[in-house]
Design a protein around this ligand. Structure first.
Ligand SMILES: [Zn+2]
Length: 68
């Protein structure tokens, strides 16, 4: 007897699925508002101060600055 268990939950919330945004090396500042009309957040600016990777505090988006 074969019992198929297909009760896999695929309830992925896009807001909880971190997005990776790559920006060019000459960008010093990025802005993030969550990118979603209802699940977004207030527009927040982040500066690449000595780092090439910024994680948004609100939506976990990751901004990566390309190295030259
Ligand atoms: Zn964000």
């Amino acid at each position: 007897m074969v019992s198929k268990n297909l009760s896999i939950k695929t309830a992925k919330n896009p807001a909880l699925n971190p997005e990776i945004i790559k920006v060019s090396a000459d960008i010093d500042q990025v802005a993030c508002d969550g990118g979603h009309p209802t699940l977004g957040h207030p527009l927040t600016y982040y500066t690449f101060a000595g780092v090439d990777r910024i994680e948004c505090l609100y939506c976990d988006r990751v901004f990566i600055r390309k190295s030259k």
